[in-house]
Design a protein around this ligand. Structure first.
Ligand code: PMT
Length: 223
């Protein structure tokens, strides 16, 4: 049997960007590389957890012992995450940088360059993390918040609004940290406390996060 602080726990982790199609050759996306989410998946598997990664399009190999379910759009990410949680999940960690909006319509054919200006109608995407946290059978939920200003205030607001157990605030205004880099610096908030981690490698930050998540989710389950 697995040993480690997460032995026997089932984790679902979202990672990477989503892609929202405009037409058959174009999409809206962002600079998430998936590195933070894959680092947490690797650390959690090493700590004994059974880990399922719901991953947007990234260029990373599956971490050892981790099942990866690839998705493309925000709507795919919601469906795959709901299915994964229904299959059994103790801790849900949302590191993905999900596109907040998608084109209202995806053109069937490549859009031609006929006018000098064009506009694209966008509609809101579903929120995977908020949907999982609102389930009656919600697991322990951990959100991420990438912010450039007032990091602590926006992050704790998000934790309360989305009814999360923990939120990891990522200051993405600092150069060389956050999106697409190998380094990061975060502050983790839970209802009664906080802890800053880094600047350090995403793998080292992931290992500390796994320890914190293991002890806090334990406390809730045993409450
Ligand atoms: O992938 P990397 O290059 O390693 O970069 C890592 C990261 C910077 C992307 C990551 O550490 C991070 O901060 N991810 C959250 C990005 C973000 O801006 O989240 P948000 O503030 O839009 O959303 C808050 C939370 O809700 C996140 O946990 C997000 O996954 C979740 N969410 C948001 C929108 C949505 N439609 N569905 C969601 O599940």
């Amino acid at each position: 049997p697995a040993t480690g602080v997460l032995a026997g726990r089932r984790l679902v982790i979202t990672a990477g960007p989503t892609r929202e199609p405009i037409d058959p050759v174009r999409y809206i996306s962002n600079h998430s590389s998936g590195k933070m989410g894959y680092a947490i998946a690797r650390a959690a598997a090493a700590a004994g957890a059974r880990v399922l990664l719901v991953s947007g399009p990234v260029n990373l190999p599956a971490p050892e012992g981790v099942e990866v379910r690839p998705v493309v759009t925000a709507e795919d990410m919601l469906r795959a995450s709901e299915r994964a949680v229904t299959e059994g999940c103790d801790v849900f960690i949302a590191t993905a940088a999900v596109a907040d909006y998608r084109p209202e319509n995806c053109a069937g054919d490549k859009i031609k360059k006929t006018s000098e200006a064009m506009s694209l109608a966008l509609v809101r995407n579903p929120d995977t993390l908020a949907t999982i946290a609102a389930r009656p059978d919600a697991p322990f939920t951990v959100g991420f918040a990438a912010e450039t200003t007032d990091v602590a205030r926006y992050a704790t607001d998000k934790m309360q609004r989305k009814k999360l157990n923990m939120i990891v605030a990522n200051d993405v205004s600092a150069p060389g940290l956050g999106f697409n880099s190998d380094q990061n610096a975060v502050t983790v908030f839970w209802p009664e406390g906080q802890e800053s981690i880094g600047p350090d490698s995403k793998q080292a930050i992931a290992e500390r996060l796994v320890t914190l998540i293991a002890s806090h989710s334990d406390r809730i389950e045993n409450a």
